[in-house]
Design a protein. Structure first.
Length: 155
């Protein structure tokens, strides 16, 4: 199912369902729109926040950086098909959408706003330093990916 698609899960009997996320380079503009809608309408929808999936977006940025900026992925490499063709409008929009998502990961992550669920120590640190409840490693990964996006956009 494409991102940002309205859907419902119906079962005739009680059950537990499990879903997942798949990011495709060719649908990143729809992913960006879906993430925006999720952030704005999170009280009305069930598929809200999935922080583990953000690692996949950071990996896509790393792939784009390796292929575009560093030139480490040749045209005959199978991985090249996953890098947007910036010579087309669609490819450029998908690249810009991926970079926009990456730049906003710290804003779109609901954990940043959930200070009432933080342990007392973390809540105190937030009060003293306006520190985010995101783990340090994720903040550093987001920062690194934002830097890669900046280099991609400068490329």
């Amino acid at each position: 199912m494409r991102p940002n698609t309205i859907h419902a899960v119906y079962t005739p009997t009680s059950c537990v369902t499990h879903g997942g996320h798949f990011y495709s380079t060719s649908t990143m503009r729809d992913t960006l729109a879906g993430m925006y809608h999720t952030a704005v309408l999170h009280q009305l929808i069930t598929n809200t926040d999935h922080p583990p999936a953000y690692a996949a977006i950071r990996r896509l940025v790393d792939l784009f950086h390796c292929g575009l900026v560093e030139g480490r992925i040749s045209n005959d490499d199978q991985a090249r098909s996953h890098i947007p063709d910036v010579g087309t409008v669609e490819g450029l929009v998908d690249l810009l959408s991926t970079c926009t998502i990456t730049m906003l990961l710290g804003v779109l992550d609901f954990r940043v706003y959930g200070t009432e669920k933080m342990p007392p120590h973390a809540n105190r640190m937030w009060e003293l330093h306006d520190d985010t409840p995101l783990p340090l490693n994720e903040r550093l990964e987001n920062q690194y990916s934002r830097g890669q996006c900046t280099e991609i956009l400068d490329w």
